[in-house]
Ligand binder design. Sequence first.
Ligand SMILES: NC(=O)c1ccc[n+]([C@@H]2O[C@H](COP(=O)([O-])OP(=O)(O)OC[C@H]3O[C@@H](n4cnc5c(N)ncnc54)[C@H](OP(=O)(O)O)[C@@H]3O)[C@@H](O)[C@H]2O)c1
Length: 250
Amino acid sequence: MKIAVAGGTGTVGRHVVDIVRERGHDGVILTRSTGVDLVAGDGLADALAGVDTVIDVSSTETLSDAASRAFFGAVTRNLLAAEVDAGVGHHVALSIVGTDLAPYGYYAGKLLQEQLVAAGPVPWTILRATQFHEFCAQLVGRMKVGPVVVVPRMQTQPVAAREVAERLVALATGAPAARAADLAGPRVERLADMVRRYLTGAGRRERVVEVPLPGAYGRAMRDGTLLPRPGADLGVQTFDEWVAAVPAAV
Ligand SMILES: NC(=O)c1ccc[n+]([C@@H]2O[C@H](COP(=O)([O-])OP(=O)(O)OC[C@H]3O[C@@H](n4cnc5c(N)ncnc54)[C@H](OP(=O)(O)O)[C@@H]3O)[C@@H](O)[C@H]2O)c1
């Protein structure tokens, strides 16, 4: 199969591309570094020639409803239109557990993405996953102020990005399945504790300051809204096992 991976250089996208290729498929990467701007739509028509399935794991860094909706709205509309023109038969999108229960901030864009995919012209599959173990490393990169890392107060049940990628490729090589079973990790964790363990494991000395984010967005992070519901599939690798493999895992 020829499988295009939108966001194929990202945290989960790199694993998706590796697995696609390990399984003998032809993997095409759609990112700005490969000449495709998903927001503007530039380069998409050429890149999708002969593609059977698209896996969308693109993302943007924002906490704003408007910016998130603008990004995921544009990316999804551009991808679906180009997929119709190219005759792509299956669109697979990665979303987040609890997005519909917490349609605020970044999650507002994820909910719009889900709605566009479900109402769109291309047969589809949506997988919702919880936060990746790698989310810690992303936070440290984004929320470090001098020797301090500011971490939102959050309950999460994190899963290894590699396990999410394996599930995405399995779904992409099967028939369109609409909403797939959610995928979460094996244990509930407190995000600030995860970041502390990640930093310690990596031999780093930054101090972690946990802050409750204001508003409905912050409340959803704190109150368990983003934890998996009964019936979710659970990954195998614990956060501590992942940390033990850092930095090779990031
Ligand atoms: N991180 C988590 O814990 C988590 C948990 C559950 C679900 N998810 C979902 O998983 C998906 C991937 O997240 P991630 O954390 O792996 O993302 P990421 O590491 O931030 O990677 C984002 C990817 O999107 C690409 N991209 C951004 N803007 C682009 C543009 N205008 N045109 C083309 N490519 C663009 C980037 O490549 P270039 O910058 O080179 O273009 C990069 O490959 C997202 O939809 C997210 O909501 C994430």
